[in-house]
Ligand binder design. Structure first.
Ligand code: NAD
Ligand code: AHE
Ligand code: ZN
Length: 375
């Protein structure tokens, strides 16, 4: 297949919110600096549903969504040295080129090398897509497009992992789990004995709980409007649960009263701008830090009284938990292999690519954390 167009199955999003269509898609060979990957397993993340909804300013249609996956390198383009056919890999929507201003700064995990292309749904080389259906181009998504049996990505967006690792599990290390763990370890840097509040107990929020527990937090307060989440959340380290619907007071006041003035760290894992405000305002005066993880729709804006910041609260955000993707995803895989981090516990459903619309329906049910699709 090397150097040839591959025809395979992929789920194409033709229009916002219209069911995805399983199509025979043509996948062009990788050009210089590109890698073609046979995707074996992909999970769905809330961000896929967000872009599909039409509320993502970078959302382009038709496209192939998906960004939490694992597979095997099928072929590589000219000049690709770090991976070869047969390598087991995780595609990384946050690239790491190790050469750009961002990568060299030592201050961020964001990479500037291919970001303009991935945001425009094309490859860097020629600003074209490698996907087509009957000659019509289909846009890439987040530089990964994993809802396809084969995808083409930039070489700076590929993490080579332990070939012994089960791909049907470690696919989750492409997004949700690292995001939550890293928000705690890299972005907030939670210290032992801290009090933590987590808004939204989906996969990302539960991974925050897992990270906070491992960082030695003494109180981990889960906040969710779905009370069924508490039983699940206990297994990930949540020690107390608050349902905003059980209270008349604003949720930030409930938390301030519960914690003698506020929490040391809070995390917003929903994508709701009024919850982001509550998450900041439940932080302790003088030092409380709030981390935004949730992705909010185009046009949404955050607000608070500047006095909240003047009096020492800190507002931060995180992408992929601050992890340097190519360097640290293999390390996270090794931690999973050593049983130092959970993955299996986040997988509540397993389906096939043909069931992808059902998998999106499941996302809106409280019982579903991650659904893994076999391609
Ligand atoms: P999810 O839908 O599985 O979880 C969201 C949870 O929030 C659910 O349990 C829901 O019941 C709860 N919730 C909804 N409204 C609420 C409210 N008003 N108050 C309290 N709880 C509420 O989603 P997920 O896959 O865990 O992702 C969470 C968010 O993180 C999404 O916005 C996603 O796009 C974003 N995300 C960001 C990054 C990043 O790098 N920054 C990475 C992954 C995901
Ligand atoms: N196009 C979206 C951006 C959404 C967003 O912030 N994405 C996160 C990852 S979410 C993964 O589930 C991210 O990494 N952002 C940094 C980046 O470089 O995109 C919008 O709303 O504009
Ligand atoms: Zn995601």
């Amino acid at each position: 297949t090397q150097g040839q167009v591959i025809t395979c199955k992929a789920a194409v999003a033709y229009e916002p919110n219209k069911p995805l269509v399983i199509e025979d898609v043509q996948v062009a060979p990788p050009q210089a600096g590109e890698v073609r990957i046979k995707i074996l397993f992909t999970a769905l993340c809330h961000t896929d549903a967000y872009t599909w909804s039409g509320k993502d300013p970078e959302g382009l249609f038709p496209c192939i969504l998906g960004h939490e996956a694992a597979g095997i390198v099928e072929s590589v383009g000219e000049g690709v040295t770090e991976v070869q056919p047969g390598d087991h890999v995780i595609p990384c929507y946050q690239a790491e080129c190790r050469e750009c201003k961002f990568c060299k700064s030592g201050k961020t995990n964001l990479c500037g090398k291919v970001r303009t292309a991935t945001g425009a749904g094309v490859m860097m080389n020629d600003r074209q897509s490698r996907f087509s259906v009957n000659g019509k181009p289909i846009y890439h998504f987040m530089g990964t497009s994993t809802f396809s049996q084969y995808t083409v990505v930039h070489d700076v967006s590929v993490a080579k992992i332990d070939p012994q690792a089960p791909l049907d599990k470690v696919c989750l290390l492409g997004c949700g789990v690292p995001t939550g763990l890293g928000a705690v370890w890299n972005t907030a840097k939670v210290e032992p004995g801290s009090t933590v509040a987590i808004f939204g107990l989906g996969t990302v929020g539960l991974a925050v709980a897992e990270g906070a527990k491992s960082a030695g937090a003494s109180r981990i307060i889960g906040v969710d409007i779905d009370s069924k989440k508490y039983d699940i959340a206990k297994n990930f380290g949540v020690t107390e649960f608050v349902n905003p619907k059980d209270h008349d007071k604003p949720i930030q006041q409930v938390l301030v009263d519960l914690t003698d003035g506020g929490v040391d760290y809070s995390f917003e894992c929903i994508g709701n701008v009024s919850v982001m405000r509550a998450a900041l305002e439940c932080c302790h005066k003088g030092w409380g830090t709030s981390v935004i993880i949730g992705v909010a729709a185009s046009g949404q804006e955050i607000s608070t009284r500047p006095f909240q910041l003047v009096t020492g609260r800190v507002w931060k955000g995180t992408a992929f938990g601050g992890f340097k993707s190519r360097s640290q995803v293999p390390w996270l895989v090794d931690k999973y292999m050593k049983k130092e981090i959970k993955i299996d516990e986040y997988i509540t459903h397993n389906l096939t690519l043909g069931d992808i619309n059902k998998a999106f329906d499941l996302m809106h049910e409280g019982s579903c954390l991650r659904c893994v699709l076999k391609l």
